[in-house]
Design a protein around this ligand. Structure first.
Ligand code: ADP
Ligand code: ZN
Length: 342
């Protein structure tokens, strides 16, 4: 196990990397801790959860809604949870987002922590303190920024993770390489999904690198006024097509990254050889790089994005592999780019 500490504006967060789930007993008082999980994770890990108090909710993004938060709160009342109760979200991004949110508002705030169980939540969603719920179709419309006390990473929990969920996590790792770390990008190029799954020490080092990238970016800009926006690379278009075509998040982000690379090539001197490298590495991790969609409709949805500022859109573009920047693209120009070039 390896311990890392990150000092954020209001709290120091400890990461227990390469740890075991059972270590949780040393970190919290079991008798006054409640684990929040979804049915899938609760089902797979019944034995590990035996002596813990749990609240189990149905799986999936569709349940990341205020009504589920209300149901969790009612259960907490039933269990007799008080201000000293510690909540631990054990699951993917849906669970960690809702646990952080419930913990931030229950009795005006209780202590909380995460045990991420998806690759995506290990490298992305559990880090950075953003929490909350969707409101109908609007993703993450309500929530807070509040850091957990700690995050415990047990890589063995990924053994039950379906392949499609592994692939979702890979998209975010490739994103990190693109925006911040050419060395990580190269390491991912030299490997593929099965090689990172089977080589445990390589896997541990890749996770640590991703955790560090995301944490550094968030630490520098916790409330997203600048650098944190780079983490949206590939996500502007992704959000515009993800729901309409029911794409897994990673697949939508992959298509979004290829699009952003094409726009970067067009207006930011991004090298076409590097764009080909991006496409190739995405394919190595079973991510979609060519997808036909209704571009006019996607553009319409895209202009509704939170990143729009008046008549322009803040778009994350690449300068080179490992270096990104936010560029303001006038909507008229962006429309041409979306309709004609990508
Ligand atoms: P994320 O937001 O991290 O992509 P979700 O919370 O939506 O993830 O979880 C994705 C799916 O994977 C859900 O169906 C969830 O129940 C399932 N899942 C999460 N962790 C595991 C695991 N370790 N093993 C098997 N299935 C898991
Ligand atoms: Zn994402």
């Amino acid at each position: 196990m390896k311990e890392l500490k990150y000092q954020f504006s209001k709290r120091e967060v400890t990461y227990y990397l390469d740890a075991e789930f059972s270590y949780l007993e040393n970190l919290v008082d079991k008798s006054n801790t409640v684990l929040i999980l979804d049915e899938n994770v609760a089902g797979f890990y019944k034995e590990k959860l035996e002596d813990w108090k749990t609240i189990v909710i149905p799986p999936g993004e569709a349940y990341k809604q205020q009504s589920t938060v209300d149901a969790i709160i009612l259960q907490l009342i039933k269990i007799g949870a008080d201000r000293k109760t510690f909540l631990v979200g054990v699951g993917g991004g849906v669970i960690t987002d809702m646990t952080g949110y419930v913990a931030s508002v229950y009795m005006r705030g209780v202590q909380f922590a995460f045990v991420p169980t998806t690759l995506l939540s290990m490298v992305d969603a559990s880090i950075g303190g953003k929490n909350g719920v969707d409101v109908g179709i609007y993703k993450n419309l309500v929530g807070t920024i509040n850091q957990p006390q700690f995050i415990l990473f047990d890589y063995s929990l990924l053994q039950t993770l379906p392949e499609a969920e592994w692939i979702n996590g890979c998209a975010e790792m490739i994103k990190h390489g693109c925006i911040k770390d050419a060395g990580l990008f190269q390491l991912l190029e030299e490997n593929n999904l099965s090689s990172i799954q089977s080589n445990t020490s390589l896997f541990a080092s890749i996770i640590e690198r991703n955790v560090t990238i995301k944490s550094d970016v968030v630490k520098n800009d916790e409330f997203e006024n600048g650098e944190r926006r780079l983490l949206n690379f590939g996500h502007t278009l992704a959000h515009a097509i993800e729901n309409s075509y029911q794409l897994p998040h990673g697949q939508a982000v992959s298509i979004g990254m290829v699009t952003a690379a094409t726009i970067s090539e067009e207006i930011n001197n991004f090298n076409s050889v590097d764009k080909e490298r991006l496409i190739k590495v995405l394919e190595q991790y079973h991510l979609t790089t060519h997808f036909s969609f209704d571009k006019a409709k996607a553009f319409e949805t895209l202009v509704m994005d939170k990143k729009r500022a008046g008549n322009a859109m803040n778009y994350v573009l690449l300068k080179r592999i490992g270096e990104a920047e936010v560029k303001s693209i006038p909507l008229v120009q962006l429309k041409d780019l979306v309709l004609q070039i990508i």
